[in-house]
Design a protein around this ligand. Structure first.
Ligand SMILES: NC(=O)C1=CN([C@@H]2O[C@H](COP(=O)(O)OP(=O)(O)OC[C@H]3O[C@@H](n4cnc5c(N)ncnc54)[C@H](O)[C@@H]3O)[C@@H](O)[C@H]2O)C=CC1
Ligand SMILES: O=C(CO)COP(=O)(O)O
Length: 318
């Protein structure tokens, strides 16, 4: 069964490489020149250097050709996803569409799987998410992810699992997409803490209280608490708050250290923090860490002010 991966960034390319172990894969990118270069060199040197594409990965800029595959993975960044789905709805609606991005769309407050269902209502929407750096997946290092899909998703789970990539299945799509989105916001905060020299104890406190915040809003929005405690929530929170491989963590680290950061790097947590604060205001849910991340990223607050604001909140039960 052919799988198509739409979006040839680091993650889309890594997924194409690992999924080629199970059968043919089509990797689609919008830029024909980039497609030609990847096809010639068998490398996506800009996004995933040093990870060659197997022979059975076909690279194309032809979306009609790519979307003939029975399973389609969507790996374009979150804030581009709504426009992408809308533009190509005629090709995508009714298909098996697996969202692979992590975030909340700023304009609509929706995550990837909710956007798929809104814009392509006849699609079989799923989401693949959890702790995994693209380079680790591409190199065949052991990885476990959550596949949130319809109840009959066993065949999809099998097609998307490889000898090194183990998928656990859930029907809680809301929980899976919110866990992946929210952990990026907390990862930025963890980066700030380390970049500003506030220490490992502060990071542990922030991860734990950040996790409480994740569970609070996600369950309010219909997620199951146990999904947040799984790979797509807690698992990914641990990974991205503790590794310099994470772009969200590195972005926060630069903020905390007062250093510049390459603005072309994909940092999903920045827009998502703003989307989360909007959601928090609409639902009346308390989201202090996300609020601080939004203020820090917009340079409306210093690290010292944010730290003071968090530490001086009224004392309460855990
Ligand atoms: N890199 C990683 O380790 C992981 C990334 N993800 C998620 O995957 C998503 C994509 O991230 P990466 O691949 O890492 O980003 P990236 O920065 O490596 O690549 C993004 C790619 O998307 C393409 N793109 C942007 N807008 C597009 C559009 N409108 N149509 C088609 N293509 C478009 C860009 O040309 C670029 O190739 C993000 O939501 C990220 O959170 C999830 C797990 C791991
Ligand atoms: O989601 C990821 C790991 O699970 C990748 O994290 P970054 O987007 O922060 O690099």
């Amino acid at each position: 069964m052919t799988v198509a991966v739409l979006g040839a960034g680091a993650f889309g390319t890594a997924l194409a490489i690992t999924l080629a172990q199970n059968g043919p894969v089509t990797l689609w990118a919008r830029d024909a020149a980039k497609v030609a270069e990847i096809a010639r060199t068998r490398l996506n040197e800009r996004r995933l250097p040093g990870c060659p594409l197997p022979e059975n990965v076909a690279v194309t800029a032809d979306l009609t050709e790519a979307t003939r595959a029975p399973v389609i993975l969507l790996a374009v960044p979150m804030q581009q996803t709504a426009a992408f789905l809308t533009e190509h709805a005629a090709l995508l609606d009714g298909r098996v569409l697996v969202g692979c991005s992590k975030g909340i769309d700023l304009a609509s407050g929706r995550g990837p799987v909710a956007l798929i269902s809104d814009i392509c209502p006849a699609a079989h929407a799923a989401i693949l998410t959890g702790p995994s750096f693209a380079a680790d997946i591409a190199r065949g290092l052991p990885t476990a992810l959550t596949l949130a899909c319809d109840e009959d998703g066993g065949a999809l789970q099998a097609r998307l699992s490889t000898p090194s990539l183990r998928l656990y299945r859930t029907s809680d799509k809301t929980g899976a997409e919110l866990g992946g989105a929210l952990k990026n916001v907390i990862a930025i905060a963890a980066g700030v803490v380390i970049g500003a020299g506030l220490g490992d104890s502060a990071r542990a406190a922030l991860m734990t209280r950040g996790f409480a915040e994740m569970v609070r809003i996600a369950t309010h929005l219909g997620a199951r608490a146990e999904t947040l405690a799984g790979l797509s929530g807690f698992g990914d929170l641990v990974l991205t708050c503790t590794s310099v491989q994470s772009r969200n963590f590195r972005f926060g680290h630069a903020l905390g250290a007062g250093e510049d950061f390459d603005p072309t790097t994909t940092v999903e947590g920045v827009a998502t923090a703003r989307a989360v604060v909007d959601l928090a205001q609409r639902t009346g849910i308390d989201m202090p860490v996300a609020t601080m991340v939004t203020a820090l990223a917009a340079k409306k607050m210093t690290v010292a002010e944010a730290t003071h604001a968090l530490l001086s909140r009224p004392l309460k039960e855990e």
